[in-house]
Write a protein that binds this ligand. Structure first.
Ligand SMILES: Cc1ncc(COP(=O)(O)O)c(C=O)c1O
Length: 482
């Protein structure tokens, strides 16, 4: 195969910016729609670069992205080949004869306290001089001026109908803007009619739990988000722990589950990016069994070393219910998010959304649509990403200085990192309590676990300037030295 003909690309259609994404999108589409079959070689990078009139680095980076997604193999010197993706229709939903499993061994652990970290008794939080709870962005950086300007324009221009009970899926304008935004930033394949505006990933999970309740159970990452697990359990789905290792979720442990929730772009709380092989295995598993993958893309905007790996949904929209929100990019208090389910669940989910609240508040949706359309959201995220990267670097410097032997994980993306203490005696809840005595609030890793494992602490760094991160680290080190 030579050149770029098979991709129907030409130098004339190349965008001024984002060449890598443009090329990766075209090749991904060709793989998914079958124009490129398993085993097909991709053109040599030098040849394709010549055909498209772009630098070879663009081609190398695009191939690397597709390898990260598990769509192509990349062995140095052996050329790049397409890997097979399952193209048969997913098995029927739910799988024939499936009965919700009634009996499963109760997971051992976790610590006895029931409260979701967000519901920790206020006095506990008040004892912290420096609150390093993960999952909270820098709220002082909320783009107040841009929001105010956009809201003023929205109020001047909104029609009377915009203020009535609307489509329970949410504002058409926002859904249209989001479809474009998510395609550009996360590779998503959805149009405005596929999207349901919700009040955050939390509501997306609540609606899914309602619609999937006959399954009885759902796999969740272990360790994984305590909040997500509690949300699912509250709405009647039993969260079954599925182990996570250094490659992400252990797909071969999914067994006879018929749904799984995971955070593939940046696993919470370990920070692992789901390995290409695991991505493929997961999609194969879902195709073969008819199971549903619930993709929580909670902080994917913040990848520091390179462009983030596209969403799983980009490879298999029919298998994945994709959920995201503005909680990490703007503020959790906005309660504004989106759910993009496979077609087979769409009607039931819209019905559940309608029954829950008749639709999300109208004005914030219109303001967000305007911020996307004007480019101000993108500008804001770029600014915040830079600030957060600086804060992460400051925390890493402080850790190197005060805790040089610490095992630090999950630094490539997100708003938090994880420190583990293999071999340390005693529960990490005691350690977190001792650190709190020193004025610093961290999450013990076991809060986010269902089964016992290595002790650790999760540190959110987004909300604090470098000097405070340094001070917090100094105090943590002092506690660890005993
Ligand atoms: C992994 C993960 N998923 C989901 C959520 C909830 O997000 P939302 O505010 O969009 O409901 C959080 C909140 O911190 C989280 O950490």
């Amino acid at each position: 195969m030579g050149g770029a003909d098979f991709l129907q690309l030409s130098p004339a259609t190349a965008p001024a910016r984002g060449l890598t994404g443009w090329l990766a999108d075209a090749i991904r589409a060709a793989i998914i729609d079958g124009r490129l079959q398993a085993g097909a070689p991709l053109p040599a990078t030098r040849l394709l670069a010549g055909d498209l009139g772009v630098s070879r680095g663009v081609i190398v980076e695009a191939y690397q992205r597709l390898a990260d997604e598990g769509l192509v193999s990349a062995r140095p010197g052996a050329g790049t080949r397409v890997l097979g993706i399952s193209r048969q229709a997913p098995a029927p939903w739910p799988a024939p004869g499936h009965r919700p499993a009634q009996v499963r061994a109760e997971p051992t652990g976790p610590p006895a306290e029931r409260a979701h970290p967000a519901l920790l008794p206020q006095p506990w939080r008040a004892r912290a001089e420096i609150d390093l709870s993960p999952g909270v962005p820098d709220l002082s950086g909320f783009p107040r001026a841009a929001w105010l300007r956009a809201e003023k324009l929205v109020l001047e221009q909104a029609s009377v109908a915009d203020l009535g009970y609307g489509d329970p899926r949410g504002s058409r304008w926002l859904r249209t803007e989001l479809a474009g935004w998510l395609a550009r930033t996360r590779g998503l394949r959805a149009d405005s009619d596929d999207i349901i505006i919700v009040t955050g990933v939390a509501q997306a999970l609540a609606l899914l739990a309602r619609v999937l309740r006959d399954l009885g159970e759902i796999g969740v990452e272990d360790p994984g988000s305590r909040g997500s697990r509690d949300e699912l359990a509250y709405w009647g789905l039993r969260p079954v722990p599925v182990p996570v290792d250094e490659h992400g979720l252990q797909v071969d442990a999914l067994g006879d589950l018929r749904a799984v929730l995971l955070t593939p772009a940046h696993q919470f709380p370990t920070g692992v990016v789901l390995a290409p092989r695991r991505r493929r295995d997961l999609l194969d598993w879902a195709t073969a069994t008819g199971a549903l993958i619930v993709e929580d893309d909670y902080d994917a905007e913040y990848r520091y070393d390179r462009a983030p790996v596209p969403a799983l949904q980009a490879s298999a929209p029919g298998l994945v219910a994709y959920a995201g929100s503005t909680s990490k990019t703007l503020a959790p208090g906005m309660r504004l998010g989106w759910l993009i389910p496979p077609g087979r669940l769409h009607t039931d989910l819209v019905e559940a959304k309608h029954a829950s609240d008749l639709g999300s508040p109208a004005l914030p949706q219109l303001v967000l649509a305007r911020l996307i359309a004007s480019g101000e959201l993108e500008q804001h995220i770029r600014l915040v990403r830079k600030r957060q990267r600086n804060r992460r670097d400051a925390l890493l410097r402080a850790l190197r200085e005060h805790l040089p032997a610490a095992r630090v994980q999950g630094i490539a993306a997100g708003l938090h990192l994880l420190i583990t203490f293999p071999g340390r005696a005693g529960p990490d809840t005691d350690l977190a309590e001792a650190i709190l005595q020193a004025g610093v609030l961290v999450h013990p890793l076991s809060w986010h676990r269902q089964r016992p494992g290595v002790p650790g602490i999760v540190l959110g760094y987004a909300a604090h300037p470098p000097d405070q991160l340094h001070e917090a680290t100094r105090r943590i080190a002092q506690v660890l030295r005993g």
